[in-house]
Ligand binder design. Structure first.
Ligand code: DSN
Length: 444
């Protein structure tokens, strides 16, 4: 606890953020609430330590307990995900992915990943990221309509691109994809062209370990994840190598270790490693399986409520924790920014997002992305999802009258829109209702 007398400014900001979280409902699908057990190591004595290197091979003294913590985290990750090797030092998901590039490619090599605008991640080859600046990035997209078991993936096109460009590394895994990912299909293509296949399961890791989403482990060579999304740990990352990965390249673990340190990072954040170990323990418990099941059941109910209310969902629903609302036909291209602002104004936090076939731009996208991991952690159930869905429908009815103007008029128009929303009587009333509804649900 920050002492109010010693640093009132930070004390007050923490109080305000705590109140914001309590009175609203967190629906950003990549956010969650870590338990008190997970949060405790973050302010433990491990926060004071430096430990460059790996267990029993450090560049600093005094690491006998850090070593045990890191080995415990590695072992728990290996057991939980069913992999041969785990590096628990990445500061987060992007550095984890950077290290995978360093371990498998040379600058200039060709890599392939799902385009950001269609739900992929920045680090899978988006033109503004290191992954396209230092590598030759080929991007695959998704279709606007699902194709049976393939979801939104067009495997003919992905295979064609892979055969044409012969990437060294292919990424599978997304930040805004509402359907199950058919890892086996990606593996067939990667194997045909001799590429490394890396699954970035940051969003779905919690579902995977609970058996609520098929695991990529039998099919891919490398798995990366963040630890703070559905996995419900502290902010951090893990890189893993599967049996198949070891078979392709027995030196992969060594290459990944070297890529993380000294290639990319300095001292690992040992306090966080301890928290990751606790989170992995929690995720191995039976209660976590129940939690993951409920995340999906809640997402399905919320998706149905929104569709029954006339909204269009990418993939016609959800098969995981995430929902992507495509507002293009109902509200107009670029209307995600109005939706995000107005929903936030009543305490429903989610993010504007591009949609497959995007007709606007990443800063003024045509969709909103939401999910149920955090609300489920607070104990909300299917009935509560109906309340959230109906509140969203009210707000989105109200934002229908706003549409994104030309670039020249945007600044003034959006400023006027925000003023309208801030003084709107219905918004104020709904904000009160969301607060009354949400505040009794405890945050761990
Ligand atoms: N920022 C994360 C997300 O929201 O999905 C991806 O890294």
């Amino acid at each position: 606890m920050v002492n109010k007398q010693k640093d009132k400014k930070i004390y007050d900001l923490i109080e305000e953020e705590t109140t914001r979280q309590k009175n609203g409902i967190e629906l950003i699908p990549s956010e969650n609430y870590a338990s008190a057990h997970v949060r405790t190591p973050l302010s433990s004595a491990f926060v004071n330590k430096y430990s460059e290197g790996y267990p029993h091979k450090r560049y600093y003294g005094g690491n006998e307990f850090v070593d045990q913590v890191e080995i415990l985290a590695q072992e728990r990750a290996k057991k939980l995900f069913g992999v041969e090797y785990a590096n628990v030092q990445p500061y987060s998901g992007s550095p984890a992915n950077f290290a995978v590039y360093m371990a498998t490619c040379k600058p200039g090599d060709t890599i392939m990943g799902q385009a950001l605008i269609t739900g992929g991640h920045l680090t899978h080859g988006a033109h503004v990221s290191f992954s396209a600046i230092y590598f030759n990035s080929v991007q695959y997209g998704v279709m606007t309509k699902r194709k049976g078991k393939d979801g939104l993936f067009d495997f003919e096109e992905i295979r064609r691109l892979a055969k044409k460009h012969k990437p060294k590394l292919i990424w599978v895994g997304a930040s805004a994809y509402p359907l199950e990912i058919p890892f086996k299909k990606f593996a067939q293509i990667a194997d045909e062209v001799g590429a490394y296949l890396a699954a970035d399961i940051a969003h779905i890791a919690g579902l995977v370990v609970a058996g609520e989403h098929p695991s990529p482990v039998p099919y891919v060579h490398i798995v990366t994840t963040t630890t703070h999304k559905t996995l419900r740990g502290p902010r951090g990352g893990i890189i893993m190598v599967t049996k198949k990965g070891l078979k392709k390249d027995p030196e992969l673990p060594m290459k990944i270790n070297k890529a993380i340190f000294p290639g990319l990072q300095g001292g690992p954040h040992d306090h966080k490693t301890a928290a990751i170990a606790v989170a992995l323990y929690e995720a191995s418990q039976r209660s976590f399986k129940t939690y993951a099941k409920r995340i999906k059941a809640n997402a399905a109910t919320l998706a149905k409520t929104l569709m029954d209310g006339g909204l269009t969902l990418v993939g016609d629903g959800t098969e995981n924790h995430l929902i992507l609302v495509d507002l293009t036909t109902t509200h107009g291209a670029g209307s995600g920014c109005f939706a995000e602002y107005a929903l936030d104004a009543i305490g429903l936090t989610m993010n504007k997002n591009t949609v497959p076939g995007e007709q606007s731009s990443p800063f003024y996208p045509s969709g909103i992305r939401l999910g149920t991991p955090a609300a489920t952690t607070r104990g909300m159930n299917k009935k509560d999802m109906k309340f959230i869905g109906n509140m969203m429908l009210h707000v989105l009815e109200l934002t229908k009258k706003y549409s994104l103007p030309d670039k020249t008029e945007r600044k003034e128009y959006i400023a006027r829109f925000k003023k309208d929303i801030d003084k709107n009587k219905d918004i104020k009333k709904w904000k009160g209702e969301v607060k009354a509804f949400a505040s009794p649900f405890l945050i761990p």
